[in-house]
Ligand binder design. Structure first.
Ligand code: NAP
Length: 327
């Protein structure tokens, strides 16, 4: 029987790359989508438009994360061997503006899904998309799977709750449930309101004469930025491992927002100083510090390593924006 996977958040950056990875491995993939007023789902369009894939190897089901009855019905019908739970409100800055819905969709929804999985026959394996934001302002640098949680945002608190619940359900009910604690990961498919994409898009737009300036918050903010395609490979490897465990996926390297600016503007041959304006309205109420991961366990047990350099990633993202805008 072919491998059968179900993905929540299939229309997102990671969901779309994970779908491609699983289809390439011969999986049948079921995705959960929520009802929106547009049907664009641009990250999956190339798969929908392929009659050899959509309706044959790839299937979509409507359900919102707060709709337990529908989620339960879909999971009982599909009976996946692997569940990748990626859906949620994924923007850290925005979580300060919409904390209740962030916690509902990220924390409670994960618990809801664990409860459904607990009742399913066949014990499917489950991956939960945790985040480095659970560490917030960590006592230890770099962080690993044993680092205590100290979240500094509503998003980080919600992810910390969900991550710990995955651990509790693994220990208490014997679920094959795992957390991938991923650090920031980007790609040309990153949401447009994330800083990496915003910078790459602005550099391309200014180069083409479509925009005049780029307004940013804290240029010194640092993160461990990697390539989303490396991280979805880590998700799959997590569920192929013999025992259910948590893994940190990270590059182990710090880069600042200023580094993204320098790399993106260098790619289009412009001096960023002439175009950047700082605005305190873009500062976060609390900015986590020193978030950088130690992926040694993932390397040792899964053979996982980040394969893309920071410069190559920003170059690819900037060139993708140039191509899209020129079109
Ligand atoms: P993303 O592009 O924002 O995708 C989020 C997905 O969740 C989308 O498919 C979205 O659907 C879906 N979703 C949101 N609310 C929903 C709801 N109420 N019901 C059903 N679906 C809902 O995020 P991503 O970058 O792919 O990240 C995937 C996961 O990894 C997220 O949980 C994120 O928090 C976590 N994570 C990401 C990073 C990173 O750097 N990318 C780092 C650490 C952890 P729509 O398309 O309809 O909006």
């Amino acid at each position: 029987m072919a491998d059968l996977a179900l993905i929540t958040g299939i229309t997102g950056q990671d969901g779309s790359y994970l779908t491609e990875l699983l289809l390439g491995k011969g999986y049948t993939v079921h995705g959960i989508v929520r009802r929106t007023s547009t049907l664009s789902r641009s990250r999956l369009k190339h798969l929908f438009d392929n009659p050899a894939i959509y309706g044959r190897q790839l299937f979509l089901h409507y359900a919102d994360l707060d709709d337990a009855t529908t989620l339960r019905r879909i999971l009982a019908k599909v009976r996946p061997q692997e569940i990748y739970h990626l859906a949620g409100q994924s923007h850290v800055g925005l979580s300060f503006e919409i904390p209740e819905s962030t916690c509902e969709m990220t924390a409670t929804a994960t618990l809801r899904l664990l409860e459904i999985i607990r009742d399913l026959p066949g014990s499917p394996r489950c991956y939960h998309a945790s985040s480095s934001e659970v560490f917030g302002n960590p006592a230890q640098v770099p962080q690993d799977e044993e680092t205590p949680f100290n979240p500094a945002s509503p998003y980080g608190c919600a992810k910390a709750f969900a991550t710990q619940m995955v651990r509790v359900y693994r220990q208490a009910f014997g679920l094959f449930a795992c957390n991938g604690i991923t650090y920031n990961h980007e790609s040309p498919r990153r949401g447009e309101n994330f800083v990496s994409r915003k910078i790459c898009r602005a550099a391309a737009a200014i180069k083409l004469g479509l925009e005049k300036e780029l307004v940013l918050g804290d240029l010194t903010a640092q993160r461990d930025w990697g390539d989303a395609r490396d991280y979805v490979r880590g998700m799959w490897l997590t569920l192929q491992h013999g025992t259910p465990e948590d893994f940190v996926f990270a590059t182990g390297q710090f880069h600042s927002v200023q580094d993204i600016v320098s790399a993106a503007f260098a790619e289009v041959g412009l001096n960023p100083e002439s175009y950047i304006r700082q605005d305190c309205r873009f500062l976060r109420p609390a900015e986590p510090h020193r978030l950088v991961g130690n992926p040694a366990k993932a390397k040792r047990l899964l053979g996982w390593e980040a394969s893309t350099t920071f410069d190559a990633l920003i170059r690819e993202m900037t060139l993708a924006e140039l191509t899209a805008l020129a079109r």
